[in-house]
Write a protein that binds this ligand. Structure first.
Ligand code: GLY
Length: 378
């Protein structure tokens, strides 16, 4: 992407990367292989490796470290990422409570390690996670179930970011079954999650006997029929990735449709995302993480569309990234976390307007993408 950037955008991107380097060096020295989630007043107090090893975000810190190791080659990133990956083995041991988010957890840790270093132990971990994900497939309903307990027909749009683990297993094992499962799932999500206007449901409840649509609860958004912005971002990036891994054009068209909707919404709010685009006007809740994830998806779309369309997605991603940097980034190297003002869910006060680890991951990935220094972790 670098050669396509205007001079001012190029300068901004390079300066931002230097800020990321300073910040990540300091954070890595402080945090090492602990697994951070939400910083409180600039400190990552909680170590998810100790408090909740099966938590879905536990891959993002090693993902940031592997991206930085790939871009910069500093050994401290690799050592810390390897340490975090080993800690995640305990999640396999516990097993109970593991979920559809095993892609987020192991694509960013073991699979990234294998991709960059060829570590065979990491490959085994990634394949183990892929089998767990494929094991959640419902062959009658043609979907991968989300979550656990009694929710056998529940599917959430976030799952689109996990199925790249299956495409990776297909490639490594040369076994098309993983692709069949992933594409059946993507087709079902595409059919029932994405609405005519390009907005998305967060949750679809399907009949586990036959896959018929039963309900669309509001999930992490405002309510049924609303449009939770991070869910829209998962759809943009997730469908773009399914296109990259399969070549099925409907996935790219779907990613573009949701991206157009997302861009139209964020154009109204100076290029930062509300938590839900269809929530009441007041109170105003923001989610910085939705914007940076969507921007990564737009940059992936930009790589896969004809020249004439490319500019639109690149420009739109840049507007979001630049607005996020100007409004929400903290560059003090002594302060843990970069992107502030993330929000877990519309109705949850505990994680409203806080820095959440995946906001930092996607911001870093987006900047590295612009500089052609990223590697495809998904
Ligand atoms: N995958 C859960 C979330 O986006 O909060």
């Amino acid at each position: 992407m670098l050669e396509r950037l205007k001079e001012s955008d190029r300068k901004w991107t390079e300066e931002t990367y230097e800020k990321i380097r300073t910040k990540m060096r300091a954070e890595c020295a402080r945090i090492g292989s602990r697994i951070p989630y939400i910083a409180e007043n600039g400190v990552y107090r909680e170590d998810k490796a100790k408090s909740d090893i099966i938590w879905w975000t536990n891959g993002f810190w090693p993902g940031m470290l592997w991206q930085m190791y790939h871009a910069d080659g500093e050994e401290q990133y690799r050592t810390a990422a390897e340490g975090a990956e080993e800690k995640l083995d305990r999640a396999f041991d516990i097993y109970t409570g593991l979920h559809h988010d095993v892609g987020f957890m192991w694509l960013h840790s073991a699979v990234a390690d294998f991709r960059l270093t060829g570590n065979e132990r990491s490959k085994a971990r990634g394949l183990h996670a892929a089998h767990l994900l494929a094991g959640r497939y419902n062959p009658r309903g043609k979907f991968i179930r989300s979550w656990n307990r009694d929710r056998s027909g529940w599917v959430i749009v976030d799952s689109m970011m996990n199925i790249p683990l299956l495409y990776w297993a297909r490639d490594v094992l040369g076994d098309p079954r993983f692709e069949y499962v992933a594409m059946d799932h993507a087709d079902t999500v595409m059919k029932y999650t994405v609405r005519e206007d390009g907005s998305c449901n967060h949750i679809i409840v399907l009949d586990p006997e036959n896959g018929e649509l039963l309900e669309t609860p509001g999930g992490q958004g405002y309510g049924p029929g609303s449009s939770w912005s991070r869910g829209q971002a998962w759809a943009i990036y997730g469908f773009a990735l399914s296109y990259v891994h399969t070549g099925k054009k409907e996935y790219l068209d779907t990613a573009k449709k949701v991206a157009s909707y997302f861009i139209a919404q964020t154009d109204r709010t100076e290029h930062v995302a509300l938590v839900d685009f269809r929530a009441p006007k007041e109170p105003v809740y923001w989610d910085s993480t939705a914007g940076v994830c969507a921007a990564c998806g737009m940059l992936e779309i930009a790589k896969n569309v004809p020249e004439l369309e490319r500019e639109f997605y690149l420009e739109s991603a840049l507007k979001i990234l630049r607005a996020t940097e100007a409004k929400f980034c903290n560059w003090d190297p002594e302060y843990d976390s970069i992107v502030q003002m993330g929000t877990g869910a519309y109705h949850s006060e505990g994680d409203r307007h806080v820095p959440i680890i995946y906001g930092d991951y996607f911001f870093i990935e987006a900047i590295l993408r612009l500089l052609d220094k990223d590697f495809l972790i998904w």
